[in-house]
Write a protein that binds this ligand. Structure first.
Ligand SMILES: *[C@@H]1O[C@H](CO)[C@@H](O)[C@H](O)[C@H]1NC(C)=O
Ligand SMILES: *[C@@H]1O[C@H](CO)[C@@H](O)[C@H](O)[C@H]1NC(C)=O
Ligand SMILES: *[C@@H]1O[C@H](CO)[C@@H](O)[C@H](O)[C@H]1NC(C)=O
Ligand SMILES: *[C@@H]1O[C@H](CO)[C@@H](O)[C@H](O)[C@H]1NC(C)=O
Ligand SMILES: *[C@@H]1O[C@H](CO)[C@@H](O)[C@H](O)[C@H]1NC(C)=O
Length: 771
């Protein structure tokens, strides 16, 4: 039995505990209250970061230096430097799936935005930027609250979603290099803060990391894993598919981090590729951040790939190539023996440390207690704000794609739906809305719960336990379907079907899902509505043509507000405008080897090509597809320019005649390119009956597809809000060097003379490039 005194003590403890947690300081260096360490030159905030870092490194012993080369970097007490954890994740919200973030203090959760593939489907750049901003703020708040040991987030994932089976495709903005490039830059700018123009001393709110560099988009296929995979990539595909997002992430986004991938590219492990890390990223693109390996990606260079003969060779290879920190302990373990064997110099280590400590300084972690600085003042109350939760809802609503609405079954009207049947394994589990790399969300609400607030008489049956749907209670489902006015089915995939290290084998819905859906549809009083939760595309040809399936929505993994978003779309409180960011292939595509990196089709061998740019087969739904409750029409305005005279600015030596009459963009130079800009105006009309946000996608096609020209290529997009009946002009600035050019077989960018066609919807507009 407890004495009253004990209760008293316990009460005091309970009362004090939250206060004690709140008062936690974040880790930082150069504490002015310790004069012995704060007087070091590297603590002088008036000096440039470069100078401070050089001073810091000069104080370190070789052992201390080597200890800093792993993602868990120990403290250096004699210099007042705390431990640092490089690995944190924030793909679609601050997450604890890395090592640096802990939700065990007064902040128990963070805003969980939709999985990236759905956010991309909004084709709304403003939302992408705002999500980055919100994540940066929440990450900072968590750090300031003493619940983080790092501020380096290993997001975004900007590999091209090249194969529909890829388990991590959900993490990416889809299959289009231009969309992915834009997403990358905006997410990074939002997350890092707006001081990105300040060069190598620019302050960072948080640090973003573009991954996985490069040509990594396959986890496990037919016994071949990402750890051993050697991606064979042509110069043409590298230049116009795999590299653009990384180039943009660095050049436009000013990303402070890059992660080199597990796979090899044309035989060379990316983390050991000097040409990729130093010559291309740092040299050509002007990257000045840090480069981390993926986790254990250094050890595999020796252990799994046999590329390096010894552990020391692997460590020497990566540090000489330009990698700075190893996720894992391999470099920490073998760097000393590598130095002793002459495979690594202290200079190589100093180079890496320079990049690493620069980031920590730019994050403001060497300026004394950060609570006296702008970013240090971001409070715990900035996490899970109403504003951020509204943004999560907006992103989910804007991303959701209406795939079918055959008998105008949607939107549902509250007054007509007296009873609602909700069926499916994805209907009533809030975790299934999040997708991978999620942290604990601010709120949980399932689609079923959201729908219950619209229709009192809502009856629910899972139908199958999970998306695997190995067994199904079809007869109960049929019974439920016959007893209600309307039926909504929540089907699709979950993380047991697609995730990191788990690529799919099939594209059709798993297990007995199709039987369940078809049986329910045929029994129901009215055509049913199918809501698909999945990241990767599924072949639902059966549902596309089944008359008793009236409406189909794709909702990706819509995040913490996804249940509400789906309900609002179903009941017409939001007019869907999302567009598919990836081609939905038929099941027959699974005969293509996932390891075949070629983008272009090869008719001679029956290889169909990949993505909307090159796939020659008939997709189930094409890239950019998405219906609305309104009809929209497009018209190219007559004021658009239609002839580009190259004689305005281009000297003749940029002209080459090998393949066709075309100009070498590099030889033209950026000044000449700037002069060629022109304006294209597209009139867009919402014919009603509902107001709506509508992304306008502008594509380019060439007169032919010779020499690997894409069939079409997205060159611009904008999201416009139009009231029912309203018309607006959408203006695109077209820069021929950037938007009308193509990559030739040697990987060179060229601009063809002659006709080009701009396209939006079914409308085309001809442009001529003249000498
Ligand atoms: C939170 O978790 C981290 C990592 O496990 C640990 O170091 C820290 O002490 C924990 N904090 C609290 C308040 O429990
Ligand atoms: C919800 O889904 C998660 C993730 O798949 C799973 O771990 C959990 O058991 C599910 N919860 C219920 C109640 O089925
Ligand atoms: C469903 O069946 C598949 C194939 O037989 C099996 O691999 C999987 O483990 C099963 N899943 C569940 C949840 O029972
Ligand atoms: C939209 O256009 C289609 C085809 O022209 C037509 O069948 C449909 O009724 C129109 N819908 C609205 C809402 O105007
Ligand atoms: C460029 O060519 C066009 C068409 O031949 C001609 O009208 C124009 O004057 C030329 N411009 C210059 C700067 O030579």
């Amino acid at each position: 039995m407890r004495s009253p005194k004990d209760v008293h003590v316990l009460l005091l403890y309970v009362l004090l505990l939250p206060l004690m947690v709140v008062s936690l300081d974040p880790p930082f260096s150069c504490d002015p209250s310790s004069p012995s360490t704060s007087s070091f030159t590297f603590c002088k905030t008036t000096l440039a970061v470069d100078k401070r870092v050089v001073d810091l490194i000069s104080h370190l012993t070789l052992e201390e230096k080597i200890a800093q080369l792993g993602d868990i970097a120990p403290s250096i007490p004699r210099l007042g430097i705390p431990a640092y954890k490089w690995w944190s994740e924030s793909l679609h919200g601050v997450s604890d799936s890395g090592r640096g973030i802990h939700f065990n203090g007064t902040i128990p959760s963070a805003t969980s935005f939709p999985q990236v593939i759905l956010t991309a489907a909004s084709f709304n750049p403003r939302i992408w930027y705002q999500i980055g901003q919100a994540i940066g703020i929440e990450g900072r708040a968590i750090y300031n609250n003493g619940q983080a040991e790092g501020l380096t987030f290993w997001s975004p994932n900007i590999n091209i979603f090249r194969d529909p089976r890829w388990g991590r495709g959900q993490e990416t903005p889809g299959e289009d290099p231009m969309t992915t490039s834009k997403y990358a830059a905006l997410y990074v700018r939002g997350l890092q803060g707006d001081s990105f123009e300040g060069g190598s001393s620019a302050e960072l709110k948080a640090s973003a990391c573009c991954k996985h560099f490069t040509a990594y988009d396959m986890d496990n296929w037919d016994g071949i894993t990402r750890y051993k995979f050697n991606a064979i990539v042509s110069a043409q595909d590298l230049e116009d598919t795999y590299q653009p997002p990384f180039k943009s992430c660095v050049e436009e986004g000013r990303a402070s981090g890059i992660m080199c991938s597990y796979n090899r590219v044309n035989g060379v492990p990316t983390c050991a590729d000097d040409n990729l890390l130093s010559k291309t990223a740092r040299g050509s693109w002007g990257f000045y951040g840090y480069i981390t390996s993926d986790c254990d990606a250094v050890s595999i260079i020796h252990d799994a790939q046999g590329y390096a003969k010894t552990a020391e060779d692997a460590v020497g290879d990566v540090l000489k190539a330009g990698m700075d920190v190893n996720c894992g302990g391999y470099v920490q373990k073998y760097a000393m023996s590598a130095v002793q064997q002459g495979k690594l110099s202290e200079g190589d280590i100093n180079r890496a440390l320079h990049n690493l400590f620069s980031i920590r300084m730019r994050l403001g972690l060497f300026n004394g207690n950060p609570k006296y600085e702008a970013y240090g003042k971001i409070a715990p109350s900035q996490v899970c704000t109403q504003k951020h939760q509204n943004l999560a809802l907006e992103a989910a609503k804007d991303g959701i794609v209406l795939l079918k609405n055959s008998v105008d079954i949607l939107p549902l009207s509250r007054s007509k739906v007296k009873s609602l049947g909700v069926i499916g394994p994805n209907a009533n589990n809030a975790t299934k809305l999040l997708g991978n790399y999620a942290g604990p969300p601010c709120k949980h609400i399932t689609p079923l719960e959201a729908l219950q607030s619209y229709v009192k008489d809502t009856r629910y049956l899972a139908g199958c336990a999970t998306a695997a749907c190995n067994s199904s209670s079809i007869s109960e489902a049929v019974q439920l379907a016959t007893s209600v006015d309307f039926v909504v089915m929540f089907m699709g995939l979950d993380l047991e079907q697609e995730r990191e290290e788990l690529d799919r084998v099939d594209l059709v819905l798993p297990g007995m899902q199709q039987s369940l859906i078809t049986s329910v549809a045929r029994a129901a009083k009215r055509p049913v509505i199918l809501v698909l939760l999945c990241g990767g595309p599924v072949d639902i040809t059966f549902a596309k043509y089944e008359k008793k399936i009236g409406g189909i929505l794709w909702a990706g993994y819509p995040g913490e507000a996804g249940g509400l978003a789906i309900a609002q779309v179903l009941f017409g409180e939001h007019n869907p405008g999302g567009k598919l960011p990836v081609t939905w292939y038929p099941q027959s595509f699974t005969s293509v080897a996932m390891t075949d990196m070629r983008m272009r089709a090869d008719p001679a061998s029956g290889y169909p090509g990949r993505t909307y740019r090159f796939y020659t087969g008939k997709p189930v739904f094409e890239f950019g597809y998405g219906l609305s409750y309104s009809n929209y029409s497009y018209e190219f305005s007559a004021e658009s320019e239609n002839t580009i005279y190259m004689n305005k600015s281009v000297s003749l030596d940029a002209f080459k005649m090998s393949e066709s009459f075309s100009y070498d963009i590099k030889k033209m130079g950026s000044e000449a390119c700037k002069k060629l800009k022109f304006l294209t105006v597209v009139g867009v009309k919402n014919h009603g009956p509902m107001d709506g946000k509508h992304p306008v996608l502008l594509f380019l096609r060439w007169p032919d597809v010779l020499h690997g020209r894409p069939m079409k290529q997205l060159i611009g997009f904008q999201s416009v809000h139009l009231k029912a009946g309203e018309k607006a002009d959408v203006k695109f600035v077209v820069s021929p060097c950037k938007h009308l050019s193509r990559t030739n077989v040697d990987g060179m960018k060229v601009l063809d003379q002659g006709s080009h066609f701009l396209m939006t919807g079914k409308k085309e507009y001809q442009i001529s490039v003249m000498a």
